[in-house]
Ligand binder design. Structure first.
Ligand code: ATP
Ligand code: MG
Length: 638
C-alpha cells in the first residue's frame, strides 16, 4: 500500500477529510480500510454504543495485523529497512532488519510460542528490555492470535504480579537482564519474584541479552535461543476476527489503580496506520524515531504498529537520553539521519536543564518534524525544542491522546495544520471533541473551556477494561452517557485550537476562578530559576481552594537557605505577570524531585494528599519511579 493512500497534504484536504468523516463516518472509514489485506471484508463498518461502551468496528471482517505489518510489504519493500536498533552503549553493535528479515524473525518467534503450547486467545505478558526481540515477540503473539500484554521493564515484582494476574497470563517472556544507561538490571530475577504469586503462569521464555547466568526453573523456564533452533522461519498467520483482542495494556496509573485497556484487531490497525501517516507526514525514505518504550501505548502505536503498517523505517533505542552524556538523543539523530523525532516533555525538560552545548554540538540537519506526547508541553520546553533541536525549521506537533484512544486524537498534522505552543491543536478526522459543563451540557463556540469528551466512536476507541467491563463503562461512558469521557480538562481558543489544561480531578477553583494545573505550571516554568513544577489545590478557608506549588530549581539556584525566599518571591512575580494575581501560589515548596510515574508523568494525587495534610494514605504508588521523593516531600511540607 502506498504511503499516499488517504494521505492529507494540505490544510484544505484536512478540512475536507474532517468534514467527510463527520458527515458519513462509515463511508470514510470504509475507504481508508480498503487497501489493507483482509481475509474477509466486514459486514458493518461501525456499531456504536457510547452508553454501555460496546463499540465495534469492521465487524465480520477477518484478518491478521502482522500480514498487514509485514507480508503485505514483502513484494515492494522486502529489502527496505523495517527496524533499526540502537544499543544502550554507542560503542556496541547496532542491529538492522529489512522487512523480509523481520518477517522471518517474527515467524520464528511465533513458532517458538506455538511449540510452547501458546494458543489463540491466550494472554502472554512481556517484561523485556528495549531490544529487537521485544518488538519481534509482540508481533509473534499477534501472528498466532495470542493477546500481548507488555509490562514496562522498570516495574517492580509486585506491579508485574498484579498485571500478570489481572490478565490471567499463561506465558511470560523476559530476558536475563537489561541495560539502562550505566546500570544493568537482572530482569529475570524480578520476574521470578513476581511469579511466586502468579499461579496461572506455566511457561517462561527467556531471551539472552547480557549473557548473565540466571536461575532456570525446571519445567517452567526455557531459553529462547535453544527453542529457536527447532523453529522454522515461516509461520502462517492466524485468521482473526476484527473484534478479537489484540492486546491489553495497563495505563500509567497517574490518577489511580492502572486500568487494563483492551484494544482489538481491525479498528486499532486502521487507526494506528492512518494517524501515523497523517500526523507525522512520514515519507517513503524517512528514518523515523519514537523514543517511547514499547511498555507504553506510544511505543505500541508509534514505534511498532503504525510505522510497520505504513511500511516506514522505525528506530528503536535501548538506552536513556543522558547516557553516556546528555547529548545522546542528538548523537543518535545525526548518526542515523533521523527525519521525524517523537519524544516526551519530561525528556525535553531534563535535557533543557543541562548545558546547551550538548545539543548545539550536533547538526540535526536531517530533522523535519518534531513530536511531543504524554503531558502538556509547557511553553518554555516548546520553544527550546523548536529553537535548539528543530532550528526553527521543524513544526512541533503536540499530540494529545491516551492509552484508551489507541492513537493520536488532537494534534496538528505536521506542516499541514496550525501549531501553537502549549496547544495540541485540532482534532484528527474522525474525532469529534466537545467541551462539557460539569452538568454535561455541550459548551458551544470558541474561547471556552470544559471537560473534554468525544461525541462519536473512532476506530481506536477502547473496547473494554480486561475482565471488568463495568469498570470501563463507569470510567469512560458512565459520567456523561453518549460521550466518551477523557478525564482531561481543555480550552478551545479563539481559533478553535484545543489546549489541555490538566486532569479534571486536578482543576483548582480559587475564589470561583477555575485553573488547570498545566496553565499555572506553565507560568511557573517560565521563571529562569525553575526546571519543573507541579501544582495542586488544597482546602482554603477564604478562597475555597488555595494553590500549592512544588518546584524544582535549576542547579545552584536555591542551594543556600538565603536564596530561597528570593526565588519564591520571583516565582510569584512570574505567575502574577503571566496569569494574574488570582493565580498566585499560596504555598511554594522547593523540592529536589517530583513523584512521577514510570512514564514520566507527575502523580498530582499524591501531591494533593500532601498539600491537604493527609499523608497517611497515599493510595496506589506501585507505578512510581522513585518512592523516595515522596518521603522528602512529606517531610518538607509547608
Ligand atoms: P491513568 O489513566 O492510569 O491515570 P494516565 O492517564 O497517565 O494513567 P496514559 O494513557 O499513559 O495514562 O496517559 C494519557 C493522559 O496523558 C491524557 O489523559 C492526558 O492527561 C495526558 N496527555 C498525553 N498527551 C498529552 C498532550 N499532548 N498534552 C496534554 N496532555 C497529554
Ligand atoms: Mg488516564
Amino acid at each position: 500500500m502506498p504511503l499516499e493512500h488517504s494521505r492529507i497534504r494540505t490544510f484544505e484536504e484536512y478540512q475536507d477529510a474532517y468534514r467527510r468523516s463527520v458527515e458519513n463516518p462509515e463511508q470514510f472509514w470504509a475507504d481508508i480500510a480498503a487497501p489493507f489485506t483482509w481475509r474477509r471484508k466486514w459486514n458493518t463498518v461501525l456499531k456504536a454504543d457510547l452508553v454501555e461502551g460496546h463499540n465495534e468496528w469492521y465487524s465480520g471482517a477477518k484478518l491478521n495485523i502482522t500480514e498487514n505489518c509485514l507480508d503485505r510489504h514483502l513484494a515492494t519493500r522486502g529489502n527496505k529497512l523495517a527496524l533499526i536498533w540502537e544499543p544502550n552503549d554507542p560503542k556496541t553493535r547496532q542491529i538492522r532488519y529489512t522487512y523480509r528479515e523481520l518477517h522471518q524473525q517474527v515467524c520464528q518467534f511465533a513458532n517458538v510460542l506455538l511449540n510452547n503450547g501458546v494458543e489463540k486467545g491466550d494472554r502472554v505478558c512481556l517484561y523485556m528490555p528495549m531490544i529487537p526481540q521485544l518488538a519481534i515477540a509482540v508481533l509473534a503473539c499477534a501472528r498466532i492470535g495470542a493477546v500481548h500484554s507488555v509490562i514496562f521493564a522498570g516495574f517492580s515484582s509486585t506491579a508485574i504480579a498484579d498485571r500478570v494476574n489481572d490478565a490471567q497470563a499463561s506465558v511470560v517472556l523476559t530476558s536475563d537482564g537489561l541495560n539502562r544507561g550505566p546500570k544493568q538490571i537482572p530482569v529475570k530475577r524480578v520476574v521470578d519474584e513476581a511469579l511466586e504469586h502468579c499461579p496461572t503462569v506455566r511457561r517462561v521464555i527467556v531471551v539472552e541479552h547480557l549473557g548473565w547466568p540466571v536461575h532456570m526453573q525446571e519445567g517452567r523456564d526455557v531459553w529462547y535461543h535453544e527453542e529457536a533452533l527447532e523453529a522454522s522461519k515461516s509461520c502462517p498467520a492466524e485468521e482473526m476476527d476484527a473484534e478479537d483482542m489484540l492486546f491489553i495494556l495497563y495505563t500509567s496509573g497517574s490518577t489511580g489503580k492502572p486500568k487494563g485497556v483492551v484494544h482489538t484487531t481491525a479498528g486499532y490497525m486502521v487507526w494506528a496506520d492512518y494517524t501515523f501517516r497523517n500526523v507525522f507526514q512520514v515519507e517513503e525514505n524517512d528514518i523515523y524515531w519514537c523514543t517511547a518504550d514499547i511498555g507504553w501505548v506510544t511505543g505500541h502505536t508509534y514505534l511498532l504498529y503504525g510505522p510497520l503498517l505504513s511500511g516506514a523505517t522505525t528506530l528503536m533505542f535501548e538506552g536513556v537520553p543522558t547516557y553516556p552524556d546528555a547529548g545522546r538523543f542528538w548523537e543518535v539523530i545525526d548518526k542515523h539521519g533521523v527525519n521525524v523525532f517523537y519524544t516526551a516533555p519530561t525528556a525535553i525538560r531534563s535535557l533543557m536543564a543541562t548545558p546547551l552545548d550538548n545539543v548545539l554540538s550536533y547538526s540535526l540537519d536531517s530533522l523535519r518534524v518534531l513530536g511531543s506526547v504524554g503531558e502538556p508541553i509547557n511553553e518554555e520546553a516548546w520553544y527550546w525544542y523548536f529553537t535548539h533541536v528543530g532550528k526553527e525549521r521543524c513544526p512541533v506537533i503536540d499530540t494529545w491522546w491516551q492509552t484508551e484512544t489507541g492513537g493520536v486524537m488532537i494534534s496538528a498534522l505536521a506542516g499541514v495544520s496550525p501549531t501553537k505552543p502549549a496547544h495540541a491543536g485540532q482534532p484528527l478526522p474522525g474525532v469529534r471533541p466537545v467541551l462539557l459543563s460539569q452538568e454535561g451540557q455541550e459548551i458551544e463556540g470558541n474561547d471556552q473551556e470544559g471537560y473534554l469528551a468525544i461525541k462519536a466512536p473512532w476506530p481506536g476507541i477502547i473496547r473494554t477494561t480486561y475482565g471488568d467491563h463495568e469498570r470501563a463503562r463507569q470510567t469512560y461512558f458512565g459520567p456523561y452517557p453518549g460521550y466518551y469521557f477523557t478525564g482531561d480538562g481543555a480550552r478551545r481558543d479563539e481559533d478553535g485550537l484545543y489546549r489541555i489544561i490538566g486532569r479534571v480531578d486536578d482543576v483548582i477553583n480559587v475564589s470561583g476562578h477555575r485553573f488547570g494545573t498545566a496553565e499555572i505550571e506553565n507560568a511557573i516554568n517560565q521563571n529562569p530559576h525553575v526546571v519543573e513544577s507541579a501544582v495542586v489545590g488544597y482546602p482554603h478557608d477564604v478562597k475555597g481552594q488555595g494553590i500549592y506549588a512544588f518546584v524544582i530549581c535549576r542547579d545552584g539556584a536555591c542551594d543556600s537557605e538565603a536564596d530561597k525566599p528570593h526565588v519564591e518571591a520571583s516565582i510569584i512575580e512570574t505567575v502574577v505577570a503571566e496569569i494574574g494575581k488570582i493565580a498566585r501560589p499560596d504555598k511554594i515548596q522547593l523540592v529536589s524531585g517530583l513523584p512521577k510515574t514510570r512514564s514520566g508523568k507527575i502523580m498530582r494525587r499524591i501531591l494533593r494528599k500532601v498539600a491537604e495534610g493527609e499523608t497517611s494514605n497515599l493510595g496506589d504508588t506501585t507505578t512510581l519511579l522513585d518512592p523516595g521523593v515522596v518521603d522528602e516531600i512529606v517531610s518538607g511540607r509547608k
